[in-house]
Write a new protein. Structure first.
Length: 307
C-alpha cells in the first residue's frame, strides 16, 4: 500500500520540458538572469493550474540540461498528484504552460514537448493506469530540500509589485506578486466578481461571458479596427500588453483580418476566463466608436455590414 492514514503521502517526479522551436531554448532562457523570473512564474502558474492550488505541487529544483529544462516536483497529497496526472494526461498542463510562457515572455508561441519520469520509470507509457503512476511517484521520495534559488524566486513573486500607469502603459517587473498574476478585473484590480448587468444606449443587458457566436461575429465584422479594440482591452488585460498585439498582427498577416481579430479576442478570452465578459468587449467597441458592431453583438438589429 502507498501510505497509511497516519502517514503523509509524499512523492517525487521529474518533468522534462523541451521547446520544439529552434529559436526558443528553455534552458538558455532560464539561465538568463533577466528571463529566469518570467520562466519561473510561468512554471509556477501552470503547475497551480494543474492542481487547482498554488500549493498543490512544489518545485524543488529546476535543472538546465540542454535541450531540456527539468523540473523536480514534490507532491504532498495523493489527491493533488491525481489532479496533476490528469492535467498532464489530458494535455491541459501543456496548454497552460504554453500560454503562461507566451504571456510571461511576450512571445507569440512556445511549442512544447513534455515527458514525466519517476526514477527510472517513464510515466508517459502508463498514464492510463493512474494508480500505477501514483505508486511510482510515491516510491520516489524527494532527495533534496527546496533549492535556495527556488526559494528566492518564490519570494520575488510574493514581494514585488506590479506598477501600472493611469494610461495602463503597463510597466511589469519580471517578478509580480502571486496575487497579481491572475489577470486583473476591469474594476481596477478588484477581487469582486464582474457585475451581473450593464447599460448600453439606455438599455440593461446581462453581463454574460463572450460566446463563440460573439467571437465569430466580432472577427468577421471588426475588420482592420481589431488592433484599436485590442489596445482598449489591453488596459485591463495584461495578456494583451505590448508587444502581443503587434506580434499577432505579424504572425497572422497571411491569414488576413478575420484571423488576426479572432486570435486577439481568443487571447483575451483564454487569459481572462469568466471575466472575459460582453460588457468589457462592448466598452472597448464604444471607445472606438464601433457602435454598430456593439449593437450587432447585443442583438439590437439584424445582420448588416457594420461599416
Amino acid at each position: 500500500k502507498m501510505a497509511g492514514s497516519s502517514t503523509p503521502w509524499i512523492g517525487s517526479a521529474y518533468l522534462f520540458l523541451q521547446s520544439t522551436c529552434k529559436t526558443i531554448m528553455l534552458p538558455s532562457l532560464y539561465e538568463s538572469s533577466q528571463k529566469k523570473p518570467s520562466v519561473f512564474r510561468a512554471l509556477k502558474l501552470a503547475l497551480a493550474d494543474s492542481t487547482g492550488s498554488m500549493n498543490g505541487v512544489d518545485m524543488l529544483k529546476v535543472h538546465c540540461s540542454h535541450p531540456h529544462l527539468i523540473v523536480q516536483l514534490k507532491f504532498c497529497k495523493q489527491e493533488n498528484c491525481r489532479r496533476f496526472l490528469r492535467s498532464y494526461r489530458e494535455g491541459a498542463l501543456q496548454r497552460s504552460l504554453q500560454s503562461h510562457l507566451q504571456l510571461s515572455l511576450a512571445i507569440t508561441t512556445v511549442p512544447l514537448e513534455m515527458e514525466l519520469k519517476a526514477g527510472s520509470e517513464h510515466l508517459d507509457n502508463m498514464l492510463k493506469d493512474e494508480d500505477r503512476c501514483l505508486e511510482c511517484i510515491y516510491r520516489e521520495k524527494p532527495d533534496r530540500l527546496r533549492d535556495e534559488e527556488i526559494t528566492e524566486l518564490e519570494e520575488c513573486l510574493k514581494n514585488l509589485t506590479v506598477q501600472q500607469s493611469i494610461n495602463n502603459n503597463v510597466a511589469v517587473k519580471d517578478c509580480a506578486p502571486l496575487k497579481s498574476l491572475s489577470p486583473p478585473n476591469p474594476s481596477q484590480g478588484s477581487s469582486h466578481p464582474p457585475p451581473v448587468s450593464f447599460i448600453f444606449q439606455g438599455q440593461q443587458f446581462d453581463n454574460r461571458t463572450i460566446t463563440p457566436d460573439d467571437h465569430q461575429k466580432f472577427a468577421k465584422l471588426v475588420s482592420k479596427r481589431w488592433k484599436q479594440v485590442g489596445r482598449s482591452l489591453q488596459k485591463s488585460c495584461r495578456a494583451l500588453r505590448d508587444p502581443v498585439i503587434d506580434n499577432l498582427d505579424l504572425e497572422y498577416d497571411r491569414e488576413g483580418l478575420y484571423e488576426q481579430a479572432y486570435q486577439m479576442l481568443l487571447r483575451f478570452i483564454q487569459s481572462e476566463g469568466k471575466k472575459a465578459t460582453i460588457a468589457r468587449l462592448i466598452a472597448a467597441l464604444e471607445e472606438n466608436s464601433l457602435i454598430s458592431l456593439a449593437e450587432e453583438l447585443l442583438g439590437l438589429h439584424s445582420n448588416e455590414d457594420c461599416f
